[in-house]
Design a protein around this ligand. Structure first.
Ligand SMILES: [Zn+2]
Length: 238
């Protein structure tokens, strides 16, 4: 199944926290978007792997993704090595995305930066036809996305560009809240975590407001680039 945008995320909820407004915007523009989560987030303080997989499915329906799958890598202990590269190359060739959105290049959670590098390298190697992969018993042709952009999650990173998500703020919030086990719930008997306070959701909104402020809109999502952005027409840049 070919998609326009493939979102790679090491934990279910990374994509929602960082770029779900951009996802919702492009789906509304008629683009096909899929998310591939690397792990089930099984090391998270709250919830279980099974609960988070169900929550990821709920968010898929809220965002209207064409596909979402989980690679079952080990949370915290996955490596940027040949086995993980080949698995990701198989995914990139399967979905043939024009654009890949990947984890923040560095962040509070060490998995994020490692996943970012793994994603960058797999997108490059996926374009090398001498690397052989198979899906459902068939050889896959080489495929390299036109661009890989990194979203910005917990720690502030100066963005290379910002997308206006003002009309999509509510769907972003709803997609995050689909992860009920993770975020603020005053009735939850589970232990508090870094992301379970009421203040954390305020922070997520503040970050979107800060990014929006940079471009003169109410809400925005920032991204960093991996290579120089080519512009056809100066008037395409807002
Ligand atoms: Zn994460």
């Amino acid at each position: 199944m070919k998609v326009d945008i493939l979102v790679l995320a090491v934990h279910p909820d990374d994509a929602e926290l960082s770029c779900s407004g951009t996802i919702a915007k492009h789906i509304q523009l008629g683009k096909k978007v899929a998310i591939v989560d690397f792990t089930a987030g099984e090391l998270g303080t709250r919830g279980t792997a099974e609960i988070r997989l169900n929550e990821a499915e709920d968010s898929k329906n809220i965002l209207k993704l064409v596909a979402r799958e989980n690679l079952g890598f080990r949370d915290g202990f996955f490596k940027n090595d040949e086995a993980h590269q080949l698995e990701l190359i198989r995914i990139i060739r399967k979905y043939q995305p024009e654009i890949v959105l990947a984890n923040a290049i560095e962040d509070r959670h060490p998995d994020h930066g490692r996943a970012a590098l793994l994603s960058d390298e797999a997108c490059f190697y996926s374009g090398l036809r001498m690397i052989k992969t198979m899906d459902k018993g068939l050889d896959q042709p080489a495929w390299r996305p036109k661009n890989v952009f990194h979203y910005i999650q917990d720690r502030y990173i100066e963005p290379d560009f910002v997308i206006d998500i003002t009309p999509h703020w509510e769907i972003k919030e709803a997609s995050i809240r689909a992860f009920k086990s993770q975020f603020f719930d005053p009735n939850s008997p589970e232990p508090a975590s870094y992301i379970s306070s009421a203040e954390f959701m305020d922070f997520v909104e503040a970050r979107s407001r800060e990014m929006g402020h940079k471009i003169g809109t109410k809400y925005g999502e920032g991204f960093t680039k991996t290579k120089t952005i080519a512009v056809n027409d100066l008037f395409e840049v807002l």
